[in-house]
Write a protein that binds this ligand. Structure first.
Ligand code: G1P
Length: 294
């Protein structure tokens, strides 16, 4: 398998869970304190050794590309006022990664969005990150390995497509793609997936393991996506394309045991705000003090 150098990040979605904020502003710009969600994701991508970010965009999303552009005027303005640390931060953002955009012209589903990137990805293995989950290092132990890096390393070792999964309460199965591992209990070893099912009812869920928004695929996925028919919600589902990889015995699951926040879920988003504040010395003690009073 080639080294993974490209990631596809679909950002064309309507972001309905974030309305009304997402009416005019992409959900990927929802900030955790002062840092947009997409920034966390791109940092995670870089730490996995990836060099090129392919955004699958739609109308109104160009601001996400702008975010990763250099801003020399702003940078100079900050330096002239002695705000060198902030200027450095802005400089770094403008030089983090190469960004390429492809357009998804109709909201036909996640599988369709990924397939829009096929000509830019070419015949290479690649990663996919969904834009509403973050895996920050706020609890970082010395041996912390970012979620995507674990999957990239796993895929390289196995020479196979790999998807991250987490264990969920069965009643949450209707929010996720669920994997079938033949009743096995997952440990920290990768497991071959027999089947993937998009958002099954709890009674139909083949396991408690939910697909998270971190994937590494061999390019054969694109051949599968071409064959996918409208599935759950009438959409062309990535999970249905993945199910075809499973039929060929070519998809592995890796349990991702990491701090995870779903920015589209209000409670999880609030937890992210609080937990990130608690690792910032200028905020932590004042926030703790405030929380004790309410
Ligand atoms: C998508 C995928 C689903 C996956 C989930 C992870 O669903 O279709 O398989 O489990 O992301 O967040 P969405 O959240 O876009 O409805």
């Amino acid at each position: 398998m080639n080294p993974i150098k490209k990631v596809v990040i679909p950002v064309a979605g309507l972001g309905t869970r974030g309305l009304p904020f997402t009416k005019e502003i992409p959900k990927e710009l929802l900030p955790v304190i002062d840092t947009p969600t997409i920034h966390f994701i791109v940092e995670e991508v870089i730490s996995a050794g990836i060099e090129q970010v392919i955004f699958v965009t739609s109308k109104g999303k160009s601001v996400l590309e702008d975010y990763f552009d250099p801003s020399p005027n702003l940078e100079n303005w900050l330096r002239r006022r002695g705000k060198d640390a902030l200027a450095e931060k802005i400089h770094r953002i403008g030089n983090l990664v190469e960004v390429i955009s492809v357009r998804q012209k109709e909201p036909l589903g996640l599988g369709h969005a990924i397939n829009c990137a096929r000509h830019v990805v070419g015949n290479e293995s690649f990663a996919v990150c969904l834009g509403d989950e973050i895996y920050p290092d706020w609890n970082a132990k010395p041996d912390f390995v970012p979620a995507l890096k674990r999957l990239v390393d796993g895929a390289q070792t196995l020479k196979s497509s790999v998807v991250g999964v987490v264990e969920i309460p069965k009643e949450d199965s209707t929010s996720y793609g669920i994997i079938d591992v033949g009743g096995a209990k997952l440990s920290n070893k990768p497991a071959i997936i027999k089947r993937t099912v998009e958002k099954p009812k709890p009674e139909d869920a083949p396991s408690p393991y939910a697909i998270i928004g971190r994937y590494v695929f061999e390019p054969v996925l694109f051949d599968c996506l071409k064959e996918v028919k409208p599935g759950v919600g009438g959409e062309l589902q990535l999970t249905d394309g993945m199910d075809m990889l499973c039929k060929a015995g070519k998809l592995n699951a890796m349990l991702v045991d990491a701090l995870r926040f779903d920015i589209g879920n209000h409670l999880s988003y609030l937890k992210a705000q609080i937990q990130s504040a608690l690792v910032r010395p200028e905020l932590a003690s004042k926030l703790r003090e405030y929380l004790r009073t309410i």
